[in-house]
Design a protein around this ligand. Structure first.
Ligand code: ME8
Length: 520
């Protein structure tokens, strides 16, 4: 990282995964979306810090380890390595993969605790209430119900709760209702999308109870400073990872000053309260700035059915990549599901996008125009000619895509950015069909060259803009367009012209059609 002051900084995070099992498509979805955002900002000249990792403490980890007959530390190490390998396989460009068992993280969590304590927000009392180990969350009596099987469940999340009574430290969350509501009012995009943010606001308006923030019945966690028979409630420790990642508690460090507060925390809908209520309250208490935005995405379902181990429909990200290809998977999720909404995936939907959007609209257009350059222009990039009205209209539409994409990415509207881009590709395909360069080849070769130039320039702009979503395929496209690696592939080069006379490599199709495997 070369911190040059003229570059804006951008700090983005994913939730840190519980490594008590293996990564699933829901995890992959969050990693891919966050990665696209990070890559977009890097290509737009910003200095990005992208943090991800694993959340290794808590009762859930401990119980899983006991079931498997291993220590929680061993379970965490094994599965954390798995999560990291999955992220690497998905091309996730994180800057740090944090583990909450990292030594610097312990120090950070304890420092945050001490700040909240010094502010008078922590007191010792007794906790008696319902705890869900699955959710690592406390629920009030009204948020639970006793069901026919004789077991009590949290109604919102369908997970088993158990009555828990123990000495516990509490955080004075009840004191933060007004300050949180004032912050939401002053920062209307603190939570997004609006519908999910509204749920958070309603909850806070309903009144807040103080929060139990330590446990004494097990010791797999960060010890409470000064009272080590308590370990911190896993969410206090987990949320602090966002501070650890940029150097906290050294608030004077260059990294902390450059990147805190975080620009975007990307999380799923089941953990919005922790991020949009507890986390800002902890930070206010500790006298630290609040993150600028909590982006709450929806859940992905397989064919509309919730993924669960018992249904046997949990698909691994690796299987997905093997079947469809990495860039295809990344494109599908970001194009198909409006970020923030719940979404579904199915074989037919994926194949539909691969064949229509990628193979036809983009791949075929690039291949047809580049093949004509190869055959008729000795493989040399033509000169930019005089523009007709049709040329100008298409180039204007393509030229507007960078600003449109910036707008959409600023709000994590990936599907809208891609939709706008594919609208231009649709126009480019119509233009190509109308101009008939294969006819011009015989009667007006100069005009044929102009049409090819215009088409290729649109393909170049599209290739630049889809790099965050499909890094490898975009690179291959830019290779066959003869765009040199480096500065020419950043957004600063968006309005640069294709270099006339460049000798292009033999074009190769980049987006094959999906063929159903033949049953043997
Ligand atoms: O919640 N579709 O970890 P986690 C989309 N350790 N996203 C999903 C999903 C699905 N079907 N299932 C889960 C935790 N997610 C905590 C976070 S952050 C300080 C601590 C999302 O492994 C989920 O919403 O259970 C969360 O954002 C992320 O995956 C990790 O979930």
């Amino acid at each position: 990282m070369s911190a040059t002051p003229e570059h804006q900084s951008f700090y983005i995070t994913t939730a840190i995964s519980y490594p008590n099992g293996v990564p699933h498509i829901g995890h992959a979805y969050e990693f891919i979306a966050t990665d696209a955002m990070a890559r977009f900002r890097r290509l737009d000249g910003e200095e990005v810090f992208f943090l991800t990792g694993t959340d290794e403490h808590g009762q859930k980890m401990l119980q899983t380890a006991q079931k498997e007959g291993v220590t929680p530390a061993d379970l965490a190490r094994r599965n954390s390595d798995n999560f990291q390998a999955t992220q690497d396989g998905l091309g996730i460009s994180y800057d740090r993969f944090i583990r909450t068992t990292d030594a610097d993280h312990h120090a950070a969590a304890q420092a945050l605790w001490k700040r909240m304590e010094a502010n008078g927000d922590i007191y010792l009392d007794k906790y008696a209430g319902w705890y869900s180990v699955r959710d690592e969350a406390y629920y009030s009596e009204e948020e639970t119900e006793l069901r026919a099987d004789g077991v009590r469940y949290s109604t919102g999340t369908d997970t088993e709760v158990t009555w828990t009574e123990e000495e516990s430290y509490f955080f004075r969350l009840s004191q933060y209702q007004d300050r949180l509501l004032a912050h939401y009012a002053q920062h209307p995009t603190f939570g997004a999308p609006q519908s999910r943010f509204n749920e958070v606001i309603r909850f806070v308006e309903g009144g807040l109870q103080d929060l139990s923030i330590s446990r004494t019945t097990f010791d797999w966690g960060v010890p409470v400073p000064g009272d080590p028979k308590h370990v911190m409630y896993v969410w206090v420790d987990a949320l602090t990872n966002y501070l650890t990642g940029v150097g906290f508690p050294d608030t004077e460090s260059a990294q902390f000053k450059r990147f805190w507060p975080a620009d975007v925390h990307v999380i799923g809908k089941d953990i919005s309260r922790f991020h949009a209520i507890y986390w800002p309250a902890f930070l206010m208490s500790a006298g630290l700035e609040l993150p600028r935005r909590v982006m709450i995405h929806g859940f992905l379902n397989n064919n509309g059915v919730k993924m669960s181990k018992s249904l046997g429909n949990v698909v691994s990200p690796e299987d997905f990549v093997d079947q469809y290809g990495l860039d295809q998977m990344r494109f599908f999720f970001l194009r198909e599901v409006p970020f923030g909404a719940d979404g579904s995936y199915s074989h037919d939907a994926i194949v539909g996008r691969m064949n229509a959007d990628l193979a036809n609209n983009l791949g075929n257009l690039a291949q047809r125009s580049l093949s004509m350059v190869a055959k008729n222009l000795d493989g040399q990039m033509p000169h930019r000619g005089e523009f007709t009205e049709a040329d100008q209209a298409l180039l204007t539409a393509a030229g507007a895509l960078l600003e449109t994409s910036r707008d959409h990415y600023a709000r994590q509207e990936f599907s809208l950015a891609l939709e706008a881009t594919w609208q231009v590709l649709h126009e480019a395909n119509a233009y190509f069909a109308e101009q008939q360069p294969w006819v011009l080849r015989k009667n007006d070769p100069a005009r044929m060259a102009d049409v090819l130039w215009v088409t290729l320039d649109v393909v170049r702009r599209v290739a630049l803009l889809v790099q965050p979503v499909m890094p490898d395929a975009a690179d291959q496209l830019l290779d066959v367009l003869g765009v040199p690696a480096g500065a020419s592939r950043t957004f600063a080069a968006f309005d640069d012209a294709l270099a006339a006379g460049t000798q292009l490599p033999q074009p190769t199709p980049i987006f094959p059609k999906y063929e159903e495997p033949t049953q043997g």
